[in-house]
Design a protein around this ligand. Structure first.
Ligand SMILES: [Zn+2]
Length: 211
């Protein structure tokens, strides 16, 4: 192999490597920031999610409508769902949407677009060039048996502890939440987790929940 061949091979390899690195960058989909009002669920950061998913918001809302089997409407930056739906259920559906309409079936790159070829909609990948007819991915059930540090959950404060901190019991965990009242339902972010005990910080108070 002469030097020229070697150099061009090196270049090709570098290209492939940098591409595969790119593909490993998984998109960070924001956790749905939800609020429940009576029988409806409002996803307050719907447009932030749409921005990362990078598809037509109407296409995403239509998918959710079909999957949940209920009406959904886009109101500015928010999405209103006509039923009580948990943030985890929404996350799981967004993941399913990504697997169906965004993530390349071959290289997992999110740098794709939907194209219509003849009568067929295909997912065309800009990273690896693969083109595949759209198929709806299987529903991925979210793991709702545990909690994780850094994640957000909606919990009800059922008790006040000895130091005045609120306590919630959720998925088998004893969660300490400072600065809350008994009976309050709050959105919390888990700060520290050890064994079955967690310390959480209030992100949001869902005052309207119990109306
Ligand atoms: Zn690809």
């Amino acid at each position: 192999m002469d030097l020229k061949d070697y150099e061009s091979l090196l270049k090709k390899t570098e290209n492939v490597l940098s591409k595969s690195n790119l593909n490993q960058q998984r998109l960070q989909i924001p956790d749905p920031d939800i609020m429940q009002e009576g029988k409806v669920t409002i996803v307050r950061n719907f447009m932030d999610i749409v921005e990362v998913v990078n598809r037509d918001p109407k296409h995403i809302s239509k998918f959710l409508m079909t999957e949940f089997g209920i009406g959904v409407t886009i109101n500015g930056k928010r999405l209103t769902i006509n039923r009580k739906i948990s943030a985890d259920q929404i996350s799981s559906k967004i993941k399913q949407y990504m697997d169906s309409y965004v993530t390349c079936y071959e290289c997992n790159s999110p740098d794709t677009e939907i194209q219509k070829i003849g009568r067929t909609y295909v997912l065309a990948c800009k990273a690896c060039g693969a083109q595949h007819p759209i198929r709806i991915a299987a529903d991925v059930k979210s793991d709702d048996s545990t909690i994780e540090e850094g994640k957000q959950y909606t919990v009800e404060i059922t008790k006040i502890g000895n130091s005045g901190e609120g306590r919630a019991f959720y998925r088998g965990f004893n969660i300490f939440v400072p600065g809350v009242k008994k009976g309050e339902t709050v959105r919390v972010s888990i700060k520290k987790l050890r064994n079955n005990t967690a310390i959480a910080e209030v992100i949001d108070r869902e005052k309207d929940l119990n109306k």
